[in-house]
Design a protein around this ligand. Structure first.
Ligand code: ZN
Length: 271
């Protein structure tokens, strides 16, 4: 699933073709993506609205309209791109927006888990999101307070969008490796020093992901259709059986919180 770096890259790539454009129409063959609206309701509310800004919160792409937000969650296989032709030859396009300059915003989604929202505010469809890890108000003290009350495994907590927004399976594994912390470590047992390391590591892993424009390990592509390069710089994710970049021991894959979890048993010892 696209995580914070992938969604941030999509947001940056959509600003040039979309900001300032007015949406003039909507087509879909997958009405479920627009619920609770019907396609007709959705089109009636959306048509004629101008996109004034595009931002990201957690894994949501947020288009600020004259009145409210058009938001998209890519889920597993979603892709967004703008082109000049209504039929892009992409059989997985299930929602398509017409723009006032004759171009189209395509939402391609092979698995059809993606969702499109139209609402006054983010809280109307995504309440209770945790702090945004790259914002200034997310500090080591904030992380310490949030860890202190919890007994859950670090990996499980990092995946919880109410604990911290935007981190998923890839960048949780990468952050824990950078911090030298075992994925099953109980959150409340971290020392101050370890908490600082985890804080720095979360931000470093996410920033690296953004710098390399996301990880194209499966469906994710940038809006220009090209692949991100984050996967070429992973320490542990998808590298089970390969030598650790720091110590040379093989990376191991286990399951934590029902998710495949990659770590180095030497650099991330279980206490
Ligand atoms: Zn190692």
């Amino acid at each position: 699933m696209p995580e914070l770096p992938e969604v941030e890259t999509v947001v940056r790539g959509l600003r040039a073709p979309l900001v300032g454009r007015t949406i003039t129409g909507l087509w879909t063959d997958w009405p479920k993506a627009l619920r609770p609206h019907t396609p007709d309701d959705f089109a009636a509310l959306l048509t004629g609205q101008t996109v004034h800004a595009i931002t990201r919160r957690a894994k949501y792409i947020l288009c600020q309209l004259d009145d409210g937000l058009l938001a998209i969650h890519l889920k597993m296989t979603g892709r967004l791109y703008v082109s000049g032709a209504p039929e892009s030859g992409d059989r997985w396009v299930h929602v398509r927006f017409t723009l006032d300059n004759g171009q189209y915003l395509h939402f391609s989604d092979a698995r059809r888990f993606g969702r499109v929202y139209l609402a006054p505010t983010l809280d109307d469809f995504a309440p209770g999101l945790g702090p945004e890890p790259l914002e200034d108000d997310f500090t080591p003290a904030v992380l310490r307070d949030r860890l202190a009350r919890r007994q859950r495994a670090l990996k499980a907590l990092l995946l919880d969008q109410a604990f911290l927004a935007g981190v998923g399976n890839i960048y949780a594994d990468e952050a824990l490796f950078r911090a030298g912390l075992h994925p099953r470590r109980a959150a409340s047992t971290l020392t101050d020093d370890e908490t600082h390391r985890l804080y720095d590591s979360i931000r470093a892993a996410l920033r690296a992901g953004i710098d390399y424009e996301g990880a194209s390990v499966n469906w994710y592509r940038k809006p220009d259709g090209t692949a991100g390069k984050s996967q070429e710089h992973f320490f542990v994710y998808g590298r089970d059986g390969q030598p650790c970049a720091r110590c040379g021991q093989p990376i191991i894959k286990i399951r934590v919180a029902q998710r495949g979890t990659h770590y180095c048993p030497n650099c991330q010892p279980e206490r």
